[in-house]
Design a protein around this ligand. Structure first.
Ligand code: MRU
Length: 354
């Protein structure tokens, strides 16, 4: 396999830029985009050029650096005020994935810990180190999740996944997809069913692409085929990522995930959620408070350049839904496996988070 282009990376020193693999062009074109302004980073997050909860967090942290470069010669008070504006701006790019807010909070904590004796010029490299640490830590969390999760798929001949949770969504090999990749390393006969993931086709365009690049046995299905695939006993597990997990384990993920959790339960198939601790929002007791992003109607009516619905047809386009904790067999984090999924077990399972 050719070395994959990272979904997001920093190029150069603190005067550098954020380089993204433009995921809206995949799978037919591999083109990178150098974001040299915070507006470019914002646009890239909002339009899903970079996407997937952990990757959004990494991109936003780097976005803070590009956004603050203009104030490198300014007094600290001015730099600090500008920093807050940049953070608030980036935080408004997408609402559901909590990794975005988690990463921006980390950046904010670093700035606030740096006394005003440090000049703006001295602060910027320290902020860059924090952003780089967020990226490095995410890579390590992917590796750990893969190790914790792969044994759960040891007896499977087929697994079903939804959306894209791989190297394109993280700084490492992924969340749920990293588990699948590790399980496939151990059992090369493992067959992966990838939901195409309407309306933006992250499963078809990104997951199938990533798995095929790795020579992993993948079969693409339309979202509506999942029930039949389960009924036919083609899969023995469903495994997905998450964008925000509440204290009781309710897990928001790409629209369609809730339905899969219900279907898996009805077919007596384990339903696994894989996410790093940065995806948990323990301020929310359950999933009812998770903000669900609603996206443009045109994603459904004019997907990929063709009108496929009557002009002005009313549309409802929530980008995420919430799988309830009671339908989740286990949550796999970098710290281990949380099962059964209860508030108490989530708290214990995250005991080592910073
Ligand atoms: O809208 P997207 O493509 O950003 O949605 C991504 C997902 O829903 C993923 O499943 C989720 O971020 C977890 S992946 C690491």
């Amino acid at each position: 396999m050719q070395t994959p282009i990272p979904a997001v990376q920093w190029v150069g020193d603190e005067r550098g830029c954020v380089r993204l693999l433009d995921q809206t062009l995949l799978p037919t074109e591999e083109r990178t985009l150098d974001c040299t302004t915070v507006e470019m980073v914002f646009e890239a997050i909002r339009s899903l050029r970079v996407r997937g909860a952990p990757a959004i967090g990494v991109a936003a942290a780097y976005g803070v650096i590009v956004g603050c470069q203009a104030k490198i010669e300014s007094p600290r008070a001015e730099f600090n005020a500008h920093f807050e504006q940049i953070v608030d701006y980036l935080a408004s790019s997408r609402p559901t994935a909590v990794n975005l807010f988690w990463a921006l909070d980390r950046m904010r904590r670093v700035l606030r810990a740096l006394d005003n004796v440090f000049t703006s010029r001295q602060v910027l490299p320290r902020l860059l180190s924090e952003a780089q640490m967020i990226e490095t830590e995410d890579r390590a969390m992917c590796t750990a999740m893969a190790q914790h999760g792969a044994p759960l798929l040891a007896n499977c001949t087929g697994v079903l996944t939804h959306c894209n949770t791989g190297g394109l969504a993280t700084a490492g090999e992924g969340t749920a997809l990293a588990v699948i990749i590790e399980a496939a390393r151990r059992n090369s006969a493992l067959k992966v069913y990838a939901d195409e993931t309407r309306p933006l086709l992250q499963g078809a365009r990104l997951t199938a692409w990533e798995l095929m690049q790795r020579n992993i046995n993948v079969t693409l299905i339309c979202d509506s085929m999942a029930a039949w695939v389960m009924k036919q006993k083609r899969v023995q597990a469903v495994i997905v990522g998450a964008d925000r997990i509440a204290a009781n384990g309710d897990a928001a993920n790409k629209i369609g995930t809730y339905g899969l959790s219900v279907l898996a339960h009805a077919h007596d198939i384990p339903f696994y959620v894989v996410a790093p601790s940065s995806t948990f929002d323990l301020t929310l007791p359950n999933g009812n408070g998770i903000p669900i992003e609603e996206r443009a109607a045109t994603e459904i009516t004019h997907g990929f350049g063709r009108q496929t619905a009557p002009t002005d047809c009313p549309v409802f386009n929530p980008a995420f839904d919430v799988a309830p904790a009671e339908k989740i067999t286990a949550i796999i984090t970098e710290q281990g496996v949380i099962s059964p999924v209860t508030t108490e077990n989530v708290r214990r399972g995250l005991a080592h988070s910073t």
